[in-house]
Design a protein around this ligand. Structure first.
Ligand SMILES: [Zn+2]
Length: 339
């Protein structure tokens, strides 16, 4: 079959790879309904994470169960399933505490930019739907696997409440999902920081009430102005750079909360700044599994349409162009047709 392999910075290829097989009795093999490219895939693609050996790319997935190992009891062939990009047993102390992304048996999903993929720990990782969903729901169900789940976690970690004022730093796909999540959590004011027209429009469509296009000190000043000098109750960091984290600390009100889900790249937090900010801070890889059933239900009831975040659809064979388009910010997020 075809699969996606990253060889090094700027070098991603669609090529022949072996079909996945059951390795452990807890595995499942799924036939993907669609796949996609994640913003985090761009870190190694841009050479910001070292690539020491060829890497099978893709960690967002949904599809039909083809085969299960002998120990799998909760899903069966023919069912439509979604799983988190973090594999988890869903039974260990961290999973039971709601942090499945720190599962004692945890690992990251790999190789999902392909027609078939192996999902380890299938019982703990996958959730099946009652019926095979309608085709037009596939992009939104795929989004629950990571990008929506991560944006949702950012809002949850930032303690968004009904009536909250929220700032979202980052207008990539995760930031836009953070806007959607804050809206669902009934935030009253959602300020999206973005300087790109298409992303601003999508943020407004997902529920943003204000757009701030300024950055740095000017961005902080604008947020302060919009909040009558107070700052925001909840701030979502969805980038992973020092500039973004500095922005976040400038926008949060004393006693406010920060959810940070951008994978940090050389981000340093100054203890003294943090001390005087009086902000609470929670972040890390999103425990999507905690939210997954709820997010899938919202999609299946057509209450949310996170799939709108995909603004480019390509066949798997053109995966390299999908990476390029996202790298050059010509696309927010690329959906890959794998059938
Ligand atoms: Zn666990």
């Amino acid at each position: 079959m075809l699969g996606t392999i990253l060889y090094g910075a700027g070098d991603v290829r669609c090529e022949d790879v072996p079909e996945p097989k059951i390795i452990h009795p807890t595995d499942a093999i799924i036939r993907l309904s669609a796949s996609c490219i994640c913003g985090s895939d761009l870190w190694p693609y841009r050479g910001l994470n070292e690539v020491t050996s060829p890497r099978a790319m893709g960690h967002e997935y949904c599809g039909i169960v083809e085969e299960v190992g002998t120990a799998v009891t909760s899903v069966r062939p023919g069912q439509f399933v979604v799983g988190s990009f973090c594999i988890s047993d869903n039974t260990c102390p961290h999973c039971r505490f709601g942090f499945q992304s720190s599962c004692e048996q945890g690992e990251f999903m790999v190789g999902a930019q392909a027609p078939y993929a192996r999902v380890p720990l299938a019982d703990g990782t996958l959730i099946a739907t009652a019926d095979v969903p309608q085709e037009d729901l596939i992009p939104s169900l795929l989004a629950t696997s990571d990008v929506l789940g991560t944006g949702w976690y950012a809002a949850d970690a930032a303690r968004v409440r009904p009536g909250s004022t929220v700032v979202v730093v980052g207008d990539g796909a995760v930031g836009l999902m953070g806007v959607l999540a804050a809206k669902q959590m009934r935030a009253e004011r959602i300020i999206a920081m973005s300087r790109h027209k298409t992303r601003q429009d999508l943020a407004l469509a997902f529920g943003a009430t204000d757009i701030v296009s300024e950055r740095g000190d000017a961005g902080v000043a604008r947020v302060k102005e919009l909040t009558k000098g107070v700052g925001a109750d909840s701030v979502l960091e969805c980038v992973g750079t020092q500039e973004a984290m500095t922005q976040v600390l400038g926008c949060v009100r004393p006693g406010g909360s920060i959810g940070f889900v951008g994978v940090p790249h050389e981000v340093a937090l100054d203890g003294e700044t943090l001390f005087w900010s009086q902000a609470s801070l929670q972040g890390g890889p999103a425990p999507v599994r905690r939210f997954l059933q709820h997010l899938m239900d919202l999609v299946l009831r057509r209450e949310i349409e996170p799939g709108k975040v995909f603004d480019l659809t390509l066949p798997l064979a053109d995966v390299a162009e999908g990476y390029r388009a996202m790298d050059e910010r010509r696309a927010i997020k690329t959906l890959l047709e794998v059938a």
